[in-house]
Unconditional design. Sequence first.
Length: 306
Amino acid sequence: MPLPVEQEMRAALESGDDRQEGDSRMTRLVRIARYIETHADEPLTLAGLAAIVGLSPSRLQRQFKEAFGVSPKAYQDAVRMRCFKQSLKDGDKVTDAIFASGFGSVSRVYGEAHRNIGMPPRAYRAGGEGEVIVYACRPTSLGLMAMAATDKGVCFVQFGDSESSLVSGLKAEFPKAEVRASPARNAPELDAWVEALDEHISQGAPRPDLPLDMRGTAFQMKVWQFLLSIREGDVLSYSELAAKIDKPKAVRAVASACGKNRIGVLIPCHRVLRGDGGLGGYRWGLERKRALLNAERKRQRADAGS
């Protein structure tokens, strides 16, 4: 069985096939998707894929995700996982299936589950007990931002007026974890992630596709997973979101889940509005929500005109 992300991608590709003629942009993106499918077991880079169709890496990343709802990397991961599962069904040994599918290591395969599913509620309720969480702060156009990560991915992105208040908020979210500042020499990947997200917020670069360590109730996780599928520049109402996750009467619970999102921007709860089109609420202030939406609409119009 294809993974959920691949099922959604397949539907988008089929609709894209019908539009290929006269739509050079969609033709290019479908070509990249087909290329990924036939070379999924190989190490593919964004720059290499972009060169195939004559786009810059940042433009390919943005257009591919807007068209299909996932990044090229996420789609390759989904194809690899399907091949891995099929290999196991065919009787291959686990290690043989891993390398035949292009993952390269056992840890990468089992890391995919954490990346896409998050942590079980039991770990969430433990308040981070026994874990080390590393954080870094950086000024952005939306104000001071703090990002924190476990060894599984980003678990916290928030905005505030001071580093002390942000760190206090991090410790309140994970009261039993060991929280450390991130010297570059100890956590270079976190510093790169912070820089990439800052470039997205402050300079309009594509939103980075980072591993996420999401923690919440089953309902919250369902809401946050759906938020990840909303394309940049698109919005929907709380009631529409409730209907999309097959909980049409749970509008207030959906709004609450959005409000409890602790990974700002990377989980785009700012794209959910009131039914009348009003901004509704936002954990980090309506001015930040408005700024994020305006920037995304501007990039969407620019891409539509390209």
